[in-house]
Design a binder for this molecule. Structure first.
Ligand SMILES: [Zn+2]
Length: 72
């Protein structure tokens, strides 16, 4: 189940809410009771970092052949 952030248009409070689907209607603000809240997408679009690629050859020599720092 996705978590969405809803920002209150009245008091500006941001609330994280578990919603059953992306088309679910926005919940009321728990702080002030305002029914107009805007869905935010900040936390759900987190950047996934790619792992560093394994070194296939020595980074300091032009070639792997005869490099003392690379075995294989
Ligand atoms: Zn509010």
């Amino acid at each position: 189940m996705p978590i969405f952030e809803y920002k209150c248009t009245k008091c500006g409070g941001v609330n994280e809410v578990l919603v059953p689907s992306a088309s679910a209607k926005a919940p009321a603000c728990p702080a002030c009771g305002n029914k107009k809240t805007e869905k935010q997408f900040s936390s759900f679009a987190a950047v996934v970092k790619e792992p560093a690629p394994a070194a296939s050859k020595c980074q300091t020599c032009p070639g792997a052949g005869g490099c003392p720092n690379f075995n294989g």
